[in-house]
Ligand binder design. Structure first.
Ligand SMILES: Cc1cc2nc3c(=O)[nH]c(=O)nc-3n(C[C@H](O)[C@H](O)[C@H](O)COP(=O)(O)OP(=O)(O)OC[C@H]3O[C@@H](n4cnc5c(N)ncnc54)[C@H](O)[C@@H]3O)c2cc1C
Length: 462
């Protein structure tokens, strides 16, 4: 039996495993809900909600082609065992993904079954060759969705097709009301609206908290759960670029394309990085009260609080704000990054371990041995000068005069606002963090020296 194992590739267009397997005849399109995955600290019900919406869309697409999408709620290897028992021989078709590869490869080898892996396989050779390989991967023609899908009439009893059973599966966390909805159709609509209109101020708005929520592509969750392939986005944007007459518009689209390419590169680095688990060189402290205040958006630093409240509500932040909230908890407050990283992962609708872990480790100095310390007050003045973002999410500060919005503790009537004083003196704490880090990593750098990882200035994410 040819089994298509869906994971973070919940789509039908440009899906090579299903396109190739369907050519062979009968197939079994399968999504396995693994209890152990959903118990992992990094996952939450908002991810599950997005996945369920994606599965509904995928199921409709497959049924429209005469097939069915099957489900099982059990550990992946146990399902494979039972399928092998039922069919005597199985071929499994998957996309290259660190989690699924780890789970499936050894089992398939041990049981002498055939595994077909699709997706970017890029060697970490020289930088130039690497860039060329990424480009070649992005230029490959898109895989057509199969016209007809034939599935077996009878299937083992561990499989089911009724989505209601999935709705009863419980995952920790709170559901999200204002987040993006999952599914391939939504992903394509989002790409269309970006290329038709929203891209116009892509560069100018990229750091600005409120404008970026409209003029960024907002494709990250769709890419992370595989509702759309990076290749589809890359090729559609390139087509648009070729038709584009205005230089101003071309510049925006080129910047977007370089981010899409950066994503492929980071994902490939992750596959390699996975093998190196010994990254913990810095021992930090723990303060449960500070941690809770950070999650609840009550640190007394307005931009950090606005960002955390926005994230809880919407599931999304732009790159600059992601850096700021991570740096604040792990560097300024000097708390061990593991728990905060898991909480952030639970909250980001687009959580992708390959990107998330990579950036958190870069900021906290675990992978680079350089700490990224940010002065949130200074950056806040640059990216949200009028304080519109702060006022939207920190309603206690809604009416404060503009000159105090970034540093409300300077406002003479501060204690009437009902907003907490800052948890820490940010400048002093940042200086101390640098000294501690330098001592721990035995780097002989004078503290306070302005370097590439020194802060206050905007950082650029590629
Ligand atoms: C601490 C931290 C954690 C992050 N965790 C995630 C995560 O779990 N999942 C995730 O998708 N992104 C993550 N990012 C990268 C980035 O912040 C988001 O991809 C971006 O904010 C998503 O918004 P957008 O789709 O509108 O992006 P756009 O600016 O429109 O970019 C288009 C696409 O390019 C990719 N992209 C953009 N910037 C980067 C980058 N710097 N590196 C790699 N790919 C990029 C994303 O897929 C994005 O959807 C993280 C960044 C930081 C600093």
């Amino acid at each position: 039996m040819n089994i298509i194992l869906f994971d973070r590739d919940l789509r039908i267009f440009d899906h090579q495993p299903i396109a190739e397997a369907a050519k062979l005849g009968e197939i079994l399109p399968l999504y396995i809900i693994e209890p152990s995955q959903w118990e992992d600290a990094a996952y939450s019900v908002r991810h599950f909600q997005f996945v369920v919406e994606s599965l509904e869309d995928l199921s409709d697409q497959i049924e429209g082609r005469g097939g069915k999408l099957f489900f099982s709620i059990e550990e992946l290897r146990e399902v494979l065992e039972k399928l092998l028992e039922a069919y005597e021989s199985i071929n499994v078709f998957i996309h290259r993904d660190a989690r699924i590869l780890k789970k499936v490869t050894g089992w398939m080898e041990k049981n002498q079954q055939r595994l077909f892996i699709y997706g970017a396989e890029i060697d970490q050779v020289s930088a130039k060759a690497f860039k060329k390989q990424v480009q070649l991967y992005l230029d490959v023609p898109l895989a057509e969705a199969p016209e007809r899908i034939h599935v077996p009439e009878e299937t083992p009893s561990i499989l089911f097709t009724d989505m209601k059973k999935i709705h009863h599966f419980r995952v920790k966390g709170k559901r999200i009301r204002f987040g993006q909805q999952g599914g391939e159709s939504r992903a394509l609509e989002t790409l269309d609206s970006f290329l038709e209109e929203r891209f116009a101020n892509y560069i100018g708005n990229q750091h600005k908290p409120l404008p970026s929520s409209f003029s960024s592509s907002r494709l990250s969750a769709y890419i992370s759960w595989g509702n759309i392939s990076v290749r589809t986005i890359f090729q559609r944007t390139t087509e648009k670029l070729q038709l584009c007459g205005k230089d101003e518009e071309r510049v925006q689209l080129e910047a977007f394309l370089s981010k899409i390419t950066a994503r492929v590169r980071t994902a490939c680095h992750h596959l390699e990085y996975e093998q190196n688990e010994d990254v913990s060189i810095v021992k930090k402290d723990w303060n449960e009260e500070w941690f809770q205040r950070w999650i609840e958006g009550r640190t007394g630093v307005p931009v950090i609080d606005a960002a955390m409240r926005c994230l809880v509500k919407t599931g999304w932040l732009n790159y600059t704000l992601r850096e700021m909230v991570t740096s604040f908890i792990a560097n300024t407050l000097w708390l061990d990054g593991q728990k905060p990283s898991a909480v952030l992962a639970q909250l980001y609708l687009d959580y992708d371990p390959g990107l998330h872990d990579f950036y958190v480790q870069q900021i906290t100095g675990l992978s680079t041995k350089r700490l990224k310390i940010i002065n949130p007050i200074k950056v806040s003045k640059q990216i949200d000068p009028e304080g519109a973002f702060i006022r939207r999410y920190v309603t206690e500060l809604e009416k404060i005069p503009g000159e105090y919005i970034h540093e409300p503790w300077l406002y003479p009537a501060f204690y009437q606002l009902g907003y907490p004083p800052p948890i820490i003196d940010v400048l002093k704490a940042n200086k101390l963090a640098r000294q501690k880090f330098d001592r721990l990593t035995k780097q002989d750098k004078p503290s306070g020296k302005k370097g590439e990882d020194e802060t206050g200035q905007l950082s650029f994410d590629i």
